[in-house]
Design a protein around this ligand. Structure first.
Ligand code: TYM
Length: 332
């Protein structure tokens, strides 16, 4: 059976990009694969959250995992920092990761542009830590959104390099995965690019957003002056709103508005009102389930404890073998 590993950084609450790019696949994969799903709290430290925020975010994401359908009986659900083996393999793998390739990573270059005051070494070696999360369980498949494609390429590169250096085929070559389709990129509401935790409140729809906030965000989303000829190519703002509608609305609804757009009869106010309504219908039950689970701290602690034990067994096996391979072993 193929092994699956994936994780999400806990920085507050999950947004629609996390859900449609990753979590939806996690849930679907549980029945057919050996799955490890974790909360990447160590990766979050690159942005220096307060201890309290970090802890609250981990708890929130765990509740969201469970509320949205991850099942601790089927999958191993754990917290990254519960596996010190990850830190150990990270140290070893850093010896074979080269400055040039780390500096060329697109996400790192973006960070240099967007947060020039905090370019720490953890950001530079972020792809190594991510590779370790995957390689330590010898994963074959990694369900992620499109933005993680390059990290997966680097993961394969690091694994292959290790195999070559020590003349074996120890690590498999993991592939990014999205149920038979292209990897997903969910756009933000402002038309600037992908939805993300750092692109600002107005851009991002959180699954846990309050209905009034959700509606406000959508009604405020930027539009353009409207089409001025039939079948006109859409501006990025409008195309993004259609992409979002595609995720949560009935096909017939999307088609109706697309036709209105092509015939130049679309009214953006009605279009956004419909999108807000359908979005609300989609997130409402999820939000309620998350609240319920968040209140049950004992259950969350139990799930994390069970996941830790199962993930540890897998990680310890790999670390033991890696130590042997690289020559960290006793004399006799
Ligand atoms: P993170 O926390 O930024 O995002 C978590 C997952 O959500 C996906 N995602 C999106 N997909 C489509 N459209 C969007 N707008 C969008 N925004 C986010 C991401 O592609 C990702 O799958 N480095 C990872 C966390 C990580 C990890 C790993 C993932 C650490 N170790 C090992 C897989 C395997 C990250 O920062 O994702």
């Amino acid at each position: 059976m193929k092994t699956v590993v994936s994780g999400i950084r806990p920085t507050g609450m999950l947004h629609l990009g996390n859900y449609f790019g990753a979590l939806k696949n996690f849930v679907k994969m549980q029945d057919s694969f050996k799955c490890f799903f974790f909360i990447a709290d160590v990766h979050s430290l690159t942005t220096h959250p307060t201890p309290n925020n970090l802890q609250q975010s981990v708890k929130h994401v765990l509740a969201e995992y469970l509320a949205l359908g991850l099942d601790p009986e089927k999958s191993t659900i754990f917290i990254q920092s519960d596996l010190p083996e990850v830190y150990e393999l990270y140290t070893y793998m850093n010896m074979n990761a080269y400055l040039g390739e780390l500096e060329r990573n697109t996400t790192f270059k973006e960070k240099i542009r967007n947060q020039p005051d905090n370019i720490n070494a953890g950001l530079l070696t972020y792809p190594v830590l991510m590779a370790v999360d995957i390689l330590i369980h010898k994963a074959d498949l990694v369900p992620v959104g499109k933005d993680q494609e390059q990290h997966l390429e680097m993961t394969r590169q690091f694994g292959k390099r290790f195999n070559r250096l020590y003349e074996n085929d120890f690590f498999p070559a993991p592939k990014a995965f999205n149920f038979g389709e292209d990897l997903v990129k969910v756009p933000g509401l402002t038309g600037q690019g992908k939805m993300s935790k750092s692109s600002g409140e107005a851009d991002t729809i959180f699954i846990f957003d309050d209905p009034s906030i959700l509606k406000k965000k959508i009604m405020r989303a930027k539009t353009d002056g409207g089409p001025d000829k039939p079948n006109q190519k859409m501006s990025p703002e409008i195309a993004n709103l259609f992409d979002l509608m595609n995720l949560v609305s009935e096909k017939s609804t999307v088609e109706k508005f697309r036709e209105d757009y092509n015939k130049m009869t679309i009214r953006y106010g009605d279009f956004k009102k419909q999108l807000a309504e359908d979005m609300e219908k989609f997130v409402y039950p999820l939000r309620t389930q998350i609240s319920d689970i968040l209140g049950n701290t004992d259950y969350l602690a139990k799930v994390a404890e069970i996941g830790k034990e199962k993930a540890k067994a897998s990680a310890q096996k790999t670390i033991k073998e890696v130590r042997e391979i690289i020559g960290i072993k006793s004399f006799n």
